[in-house]
Design a protein. Structure first.
Length: 418
């Protein structure tokens, strides 16, 4: 029996070696996070026996998969600061976020059932829920970034990369460090791992691994605002300290705007490390260079985003909804006119139950939503939903049965562009 159990454990371990690295796959925007997790549960004959224990173990594995997905949406620091909410509101019922799953292996060990489950997590649904409770609300005003950084150590004949022709899946130390720095600032980083998706699925061909035109096209397909493309390399230097060899890493990256189709920031970084072991020293140098690169390029992208996206005046399409909404809408217009970031309101459609207006605003729809929810109204509240880059929906919620009073001239004025 023990030998059989060890054999099954070997099988489970083998499955993990091949499938454990998470990957964003499926869907044009890379919104499915795939990973493998385990779950275990006590076998109680009075509570349904093995079938019930297996079901409970699978549920725990799915919960663990969602936890992994959360850690790819934001940093461990944000996770820790929202730990109570995550465990009480998110991980207690994960069915809304599980797009697919498959039990890879199961083990019965004494009074426990253990399972290994391959799971696909719907990142879009997860982000939407977290945004609703403002857990990652700050990310609505931050860019999504696609990382395309090739990496080469002294052991590699050619650079490693996951996109373009002849990709070679790898664990990029530089990309990991850059990703962590960006998530600390609230950026959404794509993909969640650096081994997928297959660029052929998007009908994009790279003439070289640093083809910027193809990179921007891929960024648009994956719904990225910025593509960070570049190369990282580490080699032993001529310097030694006793038995330790010195290793030098170089990282050269540029940030490409998918909307502007141009380079908006760039940085070059060098870092060194010492080690008796070649591989260890090379990796340490790359990790340090990645940290420095992440700090520098993140700051430059944030400056560009604030100056050229959030402060840029643009028309935000606002759909206004609600029962007998017109009176509330008129009062809302008064508030909007007093906000310095709003330069005008253009009425496009005005019906009995809803309106569509263009709000000229210095920033994107997410920033407008953040500004509006801070306003207070005596006779109604507002719910903001379906926030995209240049559109949103505002829904009125009366505080009591009485609608706010407005005069006839104000009703007529609602049809006028200001």
């Amino acid at each position: 029996m023990i030998q059989d159990y060890k054999a099954v454990l070997v099988l489970v371990t083998t499955v993990f070696l091949f499938l454990a690295p998470p990957a964003v796959q499926g869907g044009e925007n890379g919104n499915i996070f795939e990973t493998v997790a385990t779950g275990k549960h006590m076998i109680d004959k009075d509570q349904g026996g093995v079938p019930a224990a297996k079901k409970a173990a699978v549920e725990k594995a799915l919960s663990a998969s969602v936890e992994k997905a959360l850690l790819n949406l934001f940093s461990g620091k944000i996770f820790a600061s929202n730990l109570e909410f995550i465990y009480s509101k998110v991980l207690t019922d994960v069915s809304d976020y599980v797009a697919s799953y498959k039990v890879l292996a199961e083990v019965e060990k004494r009074d426990r059932c253990i399972v290994a489950v391959d799971t696909g997590i719907d990142l879009a649904a997860l982000r939407s829920f977290l945004n609703r409770y403002e857990i990652i609300g700050s990310q609505k005003n931050k860019p999504s970034v696609l990382l395309l950084i090739s990496e080469k150590t002294k052991e590699d004949l050619l650079p490693r990369y996951w996109w373009g022709k002849n990709p070679m899946p790898y664990n990029s130390k530089v990309s990991e460090a850059v990703s962590e720095a960006m998530k600390e600032k609230g950026f959404i980083v794509l993909p969640a791992s650096f081994s997928s998706p297959d660029t052929k699925d998007h009908d994009i061909e790279f003439s070289s691994i640093h083809d910027t035109d193809a990179a921007i096209k891929l960024g648009r397909k994956m719904d990225a605002d910025i593509v960070v493309m570049g190369r990282a390399e580490s080699q032993p230097s001529a310097n030694r300290v006793g038995a330790e060899q010195t290793y030098e890493a170089k990282v050269d990256v540029e940030a490409l705007s998918t909307a502007e189709n141009k380079t908006v920031a760039s940085t070059r970084v060098k870092a060194t490390s010492r080690s008796k072991e070649g591989t260890e020293g090379s990796i340490a140098a790359l990790s340090r260079a990645g940290e420095l690169t992440g700090q520098k390029i993140t700051g430059k992208i944030e400056d560009h985003w604030n100056d050229n996206v959030l402060k840029k005046q643009q028309a935000i399409e606002a759909k206004i909804e609600g029962n007998d909404y017109l009176s509330s809408f008129i009062l809302l217009r008064k508030v909007l006119k007093k906000m310095p970031e709003i330069k005008g309101i253009q009425t496009r459609e005005l019906g009995t139950q809803e309106a569509v207006v263009d709000i000229l605003f210095e920033g994107n729809a997410a920033r407008l939503a953040d500004a509006l929810v801070l306003k207070t109204f005596d006779s109604f509240g507002i719910e903001i939903d379906d926030v995209k880059d240049r559109s949103l929906t505002i829904r009125f919620v009366p505080k009591d049965e009485n609608q706010p009073a407005v005069d006839e001239d104000e009703v007529k004025g609602a049809y006028i562009t200001e």
